[in-house]
Design a protein around this ligand. Structure first.
Ligand code: NAP
Length: 313
């Protein structure tokens, strides 16, 4: 069979990169010093793109690859792929749902506990020898806090299930009411934020949900409220978040994602009511292997004319 060209957009885990290399003719986009020339030279052989949370397939890339048949993303989020363009051109798109849900939900709960119980600050206190000079100050209870979730999808539901085990009343906001749960539905985000202690962002990033957490929402959450974002940075207006935290209009934040990763606003570094993570929601050995297997399985299925495992488009 003729070698199939696959373009990998960003360094992947060793297993995925090795397997792509073994099964296909692999091109590494980020290593190309002149990407436009590289695309022009190889556009006839590249039939698949593998993207991730940092780089997917935008309109320019899709237009530069006339033989492109499939975009297989090493992520569940599709915000780095021009889905309309893919639909227009009949390019198939797959992602990695479900296999990462538990890890991301676990981390969301970890962030809630870390912010409220100041786990990172406590750890620093011990390491710096501060304990010898006095006990750590009292923190805030997590059990029983009202948890509001933006987007009750796979991850949102998994967070709800975990928070319920901490006796937290759950409510949510999304475009439609989920008929399969008894969680309280709010038809506006400000209403949800006004009626919870912890607001968790767990929805998909689209043009509609960009900056959905704005000044009004943060003010509604209030000086004792906590914002947790494990979805995507651009959901939150980061400049507004910084001023809400600095001015004490918001009680705290647990953030796995940022607007311009890996840039994190330095104003946040000195705030002890904030916990900052480097986008590691799905970052466990087990889950990254399962995600890699889905990427590979989708590519194999496509080129063998079999049904795709996790088709989006
Ligand atoms: P999902 O099952 O597709 O859920 C997405 C949710 O977003 C749905 O409940 C949907 O509800 C809601 N939504 C979509 N548009 C909305 C809007 N305009 N307003 C309010 N809600 C809206 O996806 P998932 O598997 O749970 O993943 C959710 C997101 O988590 C992904 O898109 C990704 O960005 C992020 N994620 C982050 C990490 C990480 O490492 N931090 C890892 C994995 C995923 P309705 O359709 O009813 O509105």
């Amino acid at each position: 069979m003729e070698a199939i060209g696959v373009l990998l957009m960003w360094p992947a885990n060793t297993y995925l990169e090795q397997e792509l290399d073994r099964r296909f003719t692999l091109f590494r986009y980020w290593t190309q010093p002149r990407p436009r020339e590289f695309l022009a030279q190889n556009s006839d052989s590249i039939r698949a793109v593998v993207g991730n949370v940092f780089a997917g397939a935008d309109a320019e890339l899709i237009d530069a690859l006339p033989k492109l048949e499939i975009v297989s993303s090493f992520s569940v989020g599709l915000d780095k792929i021009d889905l309309n363009k893919c639909r227009e051109k009949g390019i198939r798109v797959t992602n990695t749902p479900d296999v990462l849900t538990d890890d991301v939900a676990d981390l969301a709960i970890g962030l809630m506990l870390a912010v409220l119980r100041r786990i990172c600050e406590c750890d620093k206190h011990v390491r710096r020898g501060g304990w010898k000079f006095g006990d750590f100050k009292l923190t805030t209870r997590f059990s029983g806090k009202r948890v509001g979730i933006i987007g009750l999808g796979r991850i949102g539901l998994a967070i709800a299930k975990r928070a319920e085990a901490f006796d937290c009343p759950i409510s949510y906001y999304s475009r439609s009411k989920n008929p399969n749960t008894n969680y309280k539905y709010h038809s506006t985000l400000v209403d949800l934020a006004s009626n919870c202690d912890i607001l968790v962002v767990a929805c998909a990033l689209t043009s509609e949900t960009t900056h959905v957490v704005n000044r009004e929402v943060m003010n509604a959450l209030g000086p004792k409220g906590i914002l947790i974002n494990i979805a995507r940075g651009p959901h939150v207006n980061e400049a507004e978040l910084v001023s809400a935290l600095v001015e004490g209009r918001l009680g705290g934040a647990g953030l796995d994602v940022f607007e311009k990763e890996p840039h994190v606003p330095e104003e946040l570094f000195g705030l002890e009511n904030v916990v900052l993570l480097p986008h590691v929601g799905s970052g466990t050995v087990e889950t990254r292997m399962a995600m890699a297997d889905l990427v590979l399985g989708n590519l194999e299925a496509h080129f063998a004319n079999k049904p795709l495992l996790t088709q989006v488009v």
